[in-house]
Write a protein that binds this ligand. Structure first.
Ligand SMILES: [Zn+2]
Length: 498
């Protein structure tokens, strides 16, 4: 079956219709002899898994989506495509994996939704492409082995360019670096994987790049700060300055740009400069470590995340925006696309979960009821067929959409305890949100690559900077006024090499 990988945009979020993806994965030597279940659980990760691993993989085995071939490299010493007939269903999940084995997995993929904005090209030459990345879109796929995911900025750019192909040298773009999903601004790609690797290596040398970011921080910054604190990644997945053997050197320069007017007057707009390629979450962690965290970065600013206020304008910028995942529109666009025949898989709990969520079934958001609810919806859509079933559900769905809208708008009448389904969980606050942003923006990249200096600024100031500076402020005005604006990269590089 051709894999439909179509985008659907609803309520400012970009969804990819579920699709099938086939790939081979070699069982690593250390897992030979362990059970099929253990090898699958450890080597083939599935996103958004509902239910435990055994249940999931038993279903995949039963539907023929996981097969095993052994003695592969001996029979195919020079590599190449493994013949289809070598693969057979494993005897059971508990059978030991023989040596030299490959799994062939047909994966039914559900990608997380992201913000719907598309990256814009700022500068392009024969080697590099600089783009302005919107907040709420990851730079790269986070979807596991050998999967070219669709819902990331790299893929979006490549798809857009392929559709508008001008001929010429429009090869595939590869990310040179990455910026965090909730962060907006300048980001670099290269034309081809080799060029991307070469550019990465060049930029790792001292003096070959400087990056300037703008951030809205909570607290007063009255003068320049130099934060020199090695960073490592803690067990909780966050960067930390608490040291450790694997901590790597990191320096962030912070310069105050402006104080905010009321009602944000406990905040400062700052510029941050990285002299070398940044460490994981460097700016976010460094700012928090000196007591001025990014105001709406819940990962490093717990008080900011908990902050609640009656001022809706403050709340709107503090919660980073975002839209409830699977909040459908009045036309039921999302539900119709998810339950389309060829897309909806009646054996896939994620399909069931997504359909339930898009139809406004509140049990989908209750962790205790989630798996049972998903199974029920799988059965319902699988039995009745997508389109007919969809029409039959129309009345119910419209009622649910309206109820959720009332809840979202703060009119509690749809959820006053007398609701028809009687579930207290799954309130709007507990439902996942997507497309969120934090007030951190990559304003300028200057790099030295292949004998040329590139200086690229984002297209415009982000909204959070305009709030501090007024509508007349420009990105050039702000960046040119920074104390380090006049420094030349080449000179910096030479000075450091002495
Ligand atoms: Zn599915």
């Amino acid at each position: 079956m051709p894999a439909p990988r179509d985008y659907v945009v609803v309520n400012g979020l970009r969804y990819v219709q579920p699709y099938f993806h086939t790939f081979d994965i070699r069982v690593s030597d250390k897992r030979v002899g362990s059970s099929v279940l253990a090898a699958l659980d450890e080597q083939v990760r599935f996103q958004g898994r509902v239910g435990d691993g055994r249940e999931h993989w038993a279903r995949e085995l039963a539907s023929g989506r996981v097969r095993l071939a052994s003695d592969v490299r001996r029979r195919l010493p020079t590599g190449g495509e493994i013949p289809e007939e070598w693969f057979a269903a494993p005897v059971s999940l508990d059978a030991p994996v023989p040596p030299d084995s490959f799994f062939r997995v047909v994966r039914h993929v559900h990608e997380p939704c992201v913000g719907c904005e598309v990256p814009r090209v700022l500068l392009e030459d024969s080697k590099l492409v600089f783009v302005d990345k919107p907040a709420g879109v990851p730079t790269l796929a986070g979807c596991g082995p050998k999967l070219q995911g669709e819902n990331n900025a790299t893929r979006l750019l490549n798809r857009t360019r392929a559709e508008n192909a001008t001929g010429a040298d429009d090869g595939e773009l590869f990310a040179v670096n990455r910026i965090d999903k909730p962060v907006s601004g300048v980001w670099i790609l290269a034309k081809g994987s080799r060029l991307a690797a070469r550019c990465r290596a060049a930029l790792a040398k001292p003096g070959h790049e400087t990056k300037t970011y703008l951030a809205r921080v909570r607290g007063a910054v009255v003068g320049p700060i130099r934060i020199d604190a090695p960073l490592s990644v803690g067990a909780d997945g966050r960067a930390t300055t608490s040291g450790g053997a694997d901590a790597k050197p990191a320096v962030t320069l912070v310069h105050p740009v402006a104080r905010y007017p009321p009602p944000w007057d406990d905040c400062t707009l700052v510029a941050c400069r990285l002299e070398r390629s940044g460490r994981f979450h460097q700016i976010r962690c460094h700012l928090a470590s000196v007591g001025v965290p990014i105001a709406n970065d819940a990962t490093y600013n717990e008080s900011g995340a908990e902050e609640s206020t009656n001022d809706s304008s403050t709340r709107a910028i503090d919660d980073g925006g975002g839209t409830e995942v699977y909040a459908d529109d009045d036309d039921g666009t999302l539900l119709a696309s998810i339950t389309e025949p060829g897309v909806f898989a009646a054996t896939c709990l994620e399909c069931g979960w997504a359909a339930a969520a898009a139809a406004g079934d509140r049990r989908a958001f209750d962790p205790r009821l989630r798996a049972a609810c998903a199974a029920e919806w799988c059965d319902r859509v699988g039995r009745d067929g997508g389109t007919e079933w969809e029409r039959a559900q129309d009345v119910k769905r419209r009622g649910n959409v309206k109820r959720r809208r009332r809840e979202r708008d703060g009119d509690g009448s749809g959820d006053d305890g007398s609701g028809d389904d009687g579930f207290g969980d799954g309130s709007a606050a507990e439902r996942p949100r997507a497309g969120t942003s934090i007030d951190l923006h990559s304003a300028e990249y200057r790099i030295w690559f292949d004998g040329a200096e590139y200086k690229v600024r984002s297209e415009a100031l982000p909204a959070f900077a305009i709030r501090a500076l007024g509508a007349d402020a420009t990105i050039d005005g702000v960046v040119d006024a920074l104390p380090w604006a006049g420094e030349g990269l080449e000179a910096a590089g030479r000075a450091r090499r002495k």
